[in-house]
Design a protein around this ligand. Sequence first.
Ligand SMILES: Cc1cc2nc3c(=O)[nH]c(=O)nc-3n(C[C@H](O)[C@H](O)[C@H](O)COP(=O)(O)OP(=O)(O)OC[C@H]3O[C@@H](n4cnc5c(N)ncnc54)[C@H](O)[C@@H]3O)c2cc1C
Length: 364
Amino acid sequence: MPTEELHRQVVIIGSGPAGLTAAIYSARANLSPLLIDAPADADKQTTPGGQLMITTDVENYPGFANGIEGPELMIEFRKQAERFGTEFLEEWINKVDLQSRPFTLHTDSRVIKADTLIIASGASAKWLGIPGEAKTPNGFGGNGVSACATCDGPLPAFRNKRLVVVGGGDTAMEEATFLTRYASRVYVVHRRDKLRASKIMQEKAFRNEKIEFVWNVDVAEIVGTPEHGVTGVRLRNGADGEHFTLDCEGVFIAIGHKPNTDLFVGQIDMDTVGYLKTNGHSTSTNIPGVFACGDVQDSVYRQAVTAAGTGCMAAIDSERFLDHLPVEMPSGEEITIEGEHITADRQLIITATGEIIQNEPMPE
Ligand SMILES: Cc1cc2nc3c(=O)[nH]c(=O)nc-3n(C[C@H](O)[C@H](O)[C@H](O)COP(=O)(O)OP(=O)(O)OC[C@H]3O[C@@H](n4cnc5c(N)ncnc54)[C@H](O)[C@@H]3O)c2cc1C
């Protein structure tokens, strides 16, 4: 049973690049943010610090000319957030009530009230759950297996190598096409005889001479050695059930991502996959005072630097909201903490009591 109740002006869910950047900005704005992140849990695959905790080299985060290890980068983010007074809590948020402000969040042992909420709960790459896929030393994750071609494709380990991309949707086609810049050959391995990807993405992949399709197969296992990393994938033919090995030096799993938004179903507007809806100009969700940043609202870019960028935006948006300034909603209208609405065309102000006022400066 929850025993303790806390109340904070800014509560942030998630300690990946988005949540920690929001914390740095909120803490420097003297808002004493509380950042809550799930504890390390091997079964649920959570680690404070988010997705970069499960990768090795990060070569594309600006400011690190020689690259940096993912966990090391996240330790630096965290130290910076701590330095300005961020308060940390390692607990799962199990339930939220966003119907009225302050919002209410529940963990196993606490009830937390929040004047503004910044959701940075990220997304999780979907995995096949097959032998050889887990993070090293239990598999080849980080040693030849990846779920992000943009992130890992340019690494020396994948250059001029034979790479396998698993999947048949747009992401798989995009990753395969991208990887042909580096790989000697890219095999797209798919369990059906046709792709789910959009026509334009399929055609682009079919035209690419470096891409070869292997149809109607399931990936049964990723094989290799600790010294050499991945050496192949063991495939099962869907027609006759026979197994065979396809030699390769890298495997990219591209079967989609799942945004961590189950908690918010029925409360915050989402797209069909479950990504939270914001409008790009601001990080506001459809609930005034609730902001979303990072991968939880981004099905397109999904990079640490874009997560950090939107984390900064969310902190500034929540600061503005707490300062009684209008913030832009996904609908294009602006809303203040008092409940004033400014129409999307900026012509009218509708006060919390329903009075309608022209939004024009007073004549001199
Ligand atoms: C293998 C791999 C390699 C990558 N390499 C790169 C790279 O080289 N460069 C790059 O730019 N990007 C890379 N990425 C992508 C990058 O990691 C993500 O874009 C980035 O981490 C997204 O940050 P985020 O803050 O939005 O969320 P995340 O990093 O996903 O963090 C979200 C956090 O919220 C927590 N959380 C979720 N739900 C709850 C809850 N209910 N209660 C409490 N806590 C919760 C999660 O446990 C997690 O810690 C890589 C991703 C992967 C998987």
